[in-house]
Design a protein around this ligand. Structure first.
Ligand code: C5P
Length: 237
């Protein structure tokens, strides 16, 4: 078995506010992407990390990765991304060598995922699950609405039972052949899939959820940066 990690990092991160691509913004003085690459490389089961970079910043990303220390055993590749997250993931998969049998897809926007979570995902895939997602129960009750204009009142259509819902994180782990089959089956349209496991579900293949971790949260909005800085400061203390 050889496992690779693909890190889609080609998004602009507009919800975080104006500035550099999200993955290149600093956390504790180090770009978010470097944290994410290290989080994957920390797992002894990951021998290759493929970074999918914003096409205009691919050279800058290569330089950046060269400047930051990674474990000796970790092989690195940088490839240019696409218009949607799904296309970016596809570009990463296309770059994998033939001896890779399983793959993790990990958002650059989840820089602080602990290695135990990464290892648990890989273990579940190696134990035979074709698709594995780490996830947590929800703190908030969720409503389904009829979407209206931003800022306007929206009618509620229903309230799914909270105990049955999970908020999914990354890295999501896959048998590579299964994920490639999912990508081949689904044409890229509009925004593309927001979640890799969702594409596998549409094949009719069973996806399993394992416990995620609070520190695997996604840095999306400005408040998330405050939280991420606090988590890093606590780790360094
Ligand atoms: O936008 P969102 O936070 O869902 O993006 C999740 C991840 O997908 C981020 O790491 C982002 O950089 C990546 N992405 C990408 N290519 C795109 C859009 C998003 O690699 N075209």
């Amino acid at each position: 078995h050889r496992t690779a990690a693909v890190i889609p990092a080609a998004g602009r991160g507009v919800r975080l506010g104006p500035g550099a691509p999200k993955a290149l913004r600093a956390l504790g003085g180090t770009p978010m992407l470097i944290h994410a690459v290290r989080a994957m490389a920390r797992s002894r089961a990951v021998s290759l990390v493929v970074v999918v970079a914003p096409p205009a910043e691919a050279a800058e990303v290569r330089l950046l990765l060269g400047e930051h220390a990674l474990p000796e055993r970790t092989e690195l590749l940088v490839v240019p991304g696409g218009e949607t997250r799904q296309e970016s993931v596809r570009a990463g998969l296309d770059a994998l060598p033939a001896d890779i049998t399983s793959v993790l897809i990990h958002d650059a926007a989840r820089p602080l995922v602990p290695v135990d979570t990464v290892d648990s995902v890989i273990e579940a895939v190696r134990d035979g699950a074709p698709a594995v997602v780490p996830a947590l129960p929800l703190a908030d009750t969720v409503k389904e609405v009829e979407p209206g204009k931003p800022g306007e009142a929206e009618p509620v259509l229903g309230t799914p039972e909270r105990a049955r819902l999970r908020a999914v994180q990354t890295p999501q782990g896959f048998d590579l052949a299964t994920l490639l089959r999912a990508h081949a089956a689904i044409a890229v349209d509009g925004e593309g899939a927001t979640d890799d496991a969702g594409m596998v579900e549409r094949l009719g293949v069973t996806v399993v959820v394992i416990p995620g971790h609070e520190e695997a949260f996604k840095v999306t909005r400005p408040l998330d940066l405050v939280l991420a800085e606090a988590v890093l400061a606590r780790r360094r203390a």
